[in-house]
Design a protein around this ligand. Structure first.
Ligand SMILES: C[S@@+](CC[C@H](N)C(=O)[O-])C[C@H]1O[C@@H](n2cnc3c(N)ncnc32)[C@H](O)[C@@H]1O
Length: 203
């Protein structure tokens, strides 16, 4: 089972959202790609954090494409169900459990509410295929995944993200991941102290 948890890297996500929201203003159906999404804790965290910040209409037009290489269908099932054990939810920020999760008949489990669940669509995808799942993304989030790849694979994956992003789209990764210098002209750093980048068009 992949290691992940709700609200992991919360500060990174807060910063991403701060820069993402102004760029969503002119888009009718903005899309986000969460690559290496594991069992859904990350895309649902993102969905919850965006629900907190966006108006209902804009939020309901948003789509988060969550992908992972896992191929047995187990992650797909878990994300679709949106059911998580109570002990996984014990350290959520205050108020989040009551507002965004509901009991669902299964003892000791809570379900992500439908409004948040509907924003997340899962598909199986191998990043090392180097084939993007689509184009025009406002944000690609890929945390705690790239570190498992070889340096050259990482570069090809990042080039794939570049193709998938809309003009001016954002790419975010975990704090300890660095953009390879080979891609300096492909992405510009958005914040001096974080791993948040904006696509450079002419690369
Ligand atoms: C440590 S988890 C990170 C989950 C989440 N992004 C987070 O930060 O909490 C790494 C995930 O990357 C996925 N992964 C590993 N290799 C991959 C690949 N080639 N393509 C897509 N996903 C991959 C794993 O299946 C796992 O779910």
């Amino acid at each position: 089972m992949a290691f992940t948890f709700f609200f992991r890297d919360q500060q990174v996500l807060e910063r991403v959202i701060e820069h993402l929201l102004p760029s969503l203003a002119g888009r009718s159906h903005p899309r986000i790609w969460d690559a290496g999404a594991a069992m859904g804790q990350e895309p649902y965290t993102l969905s919850i954090m965006l629900a907190e910040k966006m108006n209902h209409f804009a939020f309901n037009n948003l789509r988060i494409d969550a992908t992972d290489v896992e191929s047995t269908g187990q992650f797909a099932q878990m994300i679709e169900a949106g059911l998580y054990p109570k002990d996984e939810l014990s350290r959520l920020p205050e108020g989040i459990l009551d507002k965004y999760f509901e009991p669902n008949g299964k003892p000791e489990y809570f379900r992500v509410i439908e409004q948040v669940r509907r924003r997340v669509v899962y598909q199986q995808h191998d990043l090392l295929s180097f084939r993007e799942i689509g184009h025009g993304y406002s944000l690609v989030l890929c945390k705690n995944v790239l570190l498992h790849f070889q340096a050259l694979e990482r570069i090809e994956v990042l080039k794939m993200f570049h193709r998938a992003l809309a003009a001016g789209g954002l790419f975010a990764t975990e704090q300890t991941q660095e953009m390879p210098p080979e891609l300096d002209s492909w992405f510009e750093r958005v914040t001096p102290d974080g791993q948040l980048y904006r696509k450079v068009e002419a690369a």
